[in-house]
Design a protein around this ligand. Structure first.
Ligand code: SF4
Length: 346
């Protein structure tokens, strides 16, 4: 019989699980605290449970967990990239960024990715498998354990497309924001999507005060088809109305991510097109000097072009920020460390 990974349960399911094995439901609440709040990975550490119950649980359930396979720290010491390994041999990357206002964990939601964005290293080997909600949660617990620091902000922006693994991503958000979990404010959570239209519409109705970030990277279908194949399925004439619907429904400002790639999408005409596309939408644009990917021939825009792009957007009343570069010395582009460690060892 397969053991139940308790990391994948919410409090109600934990109570039901205990009930099903002939125990009192309040035990489920206690176990939830051990598992999701304290990150305990050994039943013997659950000191408010009887020895008998701990032994029973050890026979029926497991507590997940990840192993640190590799770790890189930036020279400035404000970014740490982890390669976490799961018991089945799969591995994903997570990044911890230390800011003046707290620490942000960037977590992965899938091993690999099927979306094929041309500037991304995570998709080079295709999609391997979804992560369960508990496996995503374990990345945050492991970062906290390794650093001794509380994670205050989360971005679902590592490898994988969160809306392609919808149920697990949503359950992860519910558990990590719950009082029985790490109680991280939903306002400190950002979910990043490459533009899965049905997922955006569904997410709007979840009623989470999280931030939705949409990776746009191109202001017209021709260029976006080339950079992000998902655009062929959900072109801009479907994506932008879905974003407007999301902003209207939730009243929350959407962040559009726009990686500036030299001579590809950083010209003046593209800034004008982007301005027209987003005019009147409750949004903010994050301009990202792209991290070069060895396997792709993409280079970072010049500083002059980045500033010109930003200025042109202002003409359309669109606020933008230039994302602070963090960890460009540590294979910071998503998927690079995994490729280096895992694929080079095969
Ligand atoms: S950018 Fe995100 S959605 Fe696109 S291929 Fe990479 S991991 Fe997947």
């Amino acid at each position: 019989m397969n053991k139940v990974n308790l990391m994948n349960l919410d409090q109600k399911q934990m109570e039901e699980f205990l009930l099903n094995i002939g125990e009192q439901p309040y035990r489920g609440r206690q176990i939830c605290q051990w598992v999701l709040q304290k990150g305990v990975k050994n039943f013997s550490d659950m000191t408010n449970l009887s020895k008998q119950l701990r032994q029973k649980l050890a026979g029926l359930a497991e507590l997940g967990g990840v192993e640190i396979l590799a770790k890189q720290e930036s020279r400035e010491g404000n970014t740490v990239k982890y390669l976490f390994g799961y018991p089945d041999g799969q591995a994903v990357e997570s990044v911890l960024m230390l800011h003046s206002y707290g620490s942000t964990a960037c977590v992965s939601t899938q091993v690999g990715c099927r979306m094929g964005c041309r500037f991304c290293a995570s998709t080079l080997g295709g999609m391997v498998r979804d992560l369960s909600s508990g496996e995503i949660y374990d990345q945050v617990l492991a970062i906290q354990k390794d650093t001794g620091k509380r994670v205050s902000h989360i971005v679902l922006m590592g490898s994988g497309e969160p809306l392609d693994n919808y149920d697990n991503s949503i359950k992860f958000i519910k558990n990590i924001t719950a009082p029985y979990g790490l109680n991280i404010s939903a306002r400190h959570i950002t979910l990043s999507t490459c533009g899965i239209v049905p997922g955006i519409k569904k997410l709007a109705r979840e009623n989470f005060p999280i931030t939705l970030a949409v990776s746009l990277h191109a202001p017209n279908n021709k260029l976006r088809d080339h950079l992000m194949p998902v655009n062929k399925k959900y072109p801009l004439e479907e994506l932008i109305p879905a974003c407007r619907e999301y902003a209207d429904f939730t009243g929350r400002r959407i962040t559009f991510e726009y990686s500036l790639i030299r001579d590809v999408n950083d010209r003046e005409k593209y800034a004008e097109q982007l301005g027209n596309l987003l005019k009147g939408l409750l949004c903010h644009v994050n301009l990202i000097p792209v991290n070069p990917v060895k396997e792709r021939d993409f280079h970072r825009s010049s500083w002059k072009n980045i500033l010109r792009f930003k200025k042109l957007l202002e003409k359309y009343g669109i606020n933008s920020t230039i994302r602070k570069e963090m960890g460009s010395d540590i294979d910071a582009a998503c998927g690079q460390l995994r490729r280096k460690v895992i694929l080079n060892s095969k």
